[in-house]
Write a protein that binds this ligand. Structure first.
Ligand SMILES: [Zn+2]
Length: 273
């Protein structure tokens, strides 16, 4: 499974691809949300991409690193999980990890996945905190957690956090079509009124215009991210346009979540993209 093939949390997968592609990797990530399988799927896909020396923003699936990963014998993948006979991940396990990280990785990086990191006891978390504060070179920590409630805020704040959504539903065909039209218009530099007209169905909607608008923004961001990954080598005007549009999408989402008027928010979005 690669980041671009995820069944769930596709937009998070694409955001991570964009980070890898742009070389903007931080050393610690937190993927939090219910659904252990889903967390694991994302954690593994990300680790595979981090370790692959060939892929552009994602695991290539073909190189030696990817093949070892798939066979379950990659030397640089370290998975820490709660022992079956214990209630928590112990400080001893984190010390073991620390010991192992003293040695250089076999390839270019270590990917360390900590499963159910909410089950680390406080001593273990404190020990991990030391590692996160002074991370060894070339290590990417991937913390998976059901929720961050039981975690030390100091640990959480050291991570770039992503909140996963369970059972992410597929957007309707109409929304996908609208988002694609809008993305095309962004690239063509179409005038405001054309973009606004493309969103007519949502602007005319009576009740659930807000939900449709939120869905549209999710899909639009996904289309833009895909395009950004494709273009990331270039620094042309298209990249600047994508960056501005991504920012406008975040702003519009924030407004919609704060119950600002849907029509007004979408028109503002069209003006800015
Ligand atoms: Zn590869």
């Amino acid at each position: 499974m690669s980041l671009r093939e995820l069944d769930h949390n596709r937009s998070i997968g694409l955001q991570l691809c964009a980070l890898l592609e742009r070389g903007r990797l931080v050393h610690a990530f937190m993927f939090a949300g219910s659904g252990a399988e889903m967390r694991r799927e994302l954690g593994l896909a990300f680790a595979k991409a981090v370790l692959c020396p060939e892929g552009a923003g994602d695991a290539c699936g073909k190189c030696l690193s990817c093949r070892k990963f798939e066979d379950g014998n990659h030397e640089d993948l370290i998975v820490v999980s709660k022992p079956k006979d214990r209630a928590s991940i112990t400080v001893g396990q984190v010390e073991e990890l620390q010991e192992r990280l003293r040695f250089a990785p076999y390839g270019r990086n270590y990917a360390v996945i900590i499963e159910d990191s909410q089950l680390m006891n406080p001593q273990a978390q404190n020990k991990l905190l030391k590692l996160l504060e002074e991370p060894p070179e070339g290590v990417v920590f991937i913390l998976l957690a059901e929720s961050t409630d039981a975690m030390l805020p100091t640990v959480v704040s050291r991570c770039s956090c992503y909140w996963l959504e369970e059972g992410e539903k597929k957007a309707s065909d109409d929304i996908v079509r609208m988002a694609r039209d809008l993305a095309r218009m962004i690239f063509e530099g179409a005038p405001f009124y054309k973009k606004r007209d493309a969103l007519k169905d949502i602007l005319d909607a009576r009740d659930d215009g807000r939900l449709m608008a939120l869905e549209l923004i999710d899909v639009l961001e996904e289309v833009l991210l895909r395009e950004a990954v494709r273009l990331s080598a270039s620094k042309g005007p298209d990249m600047a346009r994508i960056a501005a549009a991504e920012q406008a999408c975040s702003e519009a989402r924030r407004c919609l979540r704060q119950n600002h008027n849907t029509g007004y928010t979408l028109k503002q979005l069209c003006l800015r993209i």
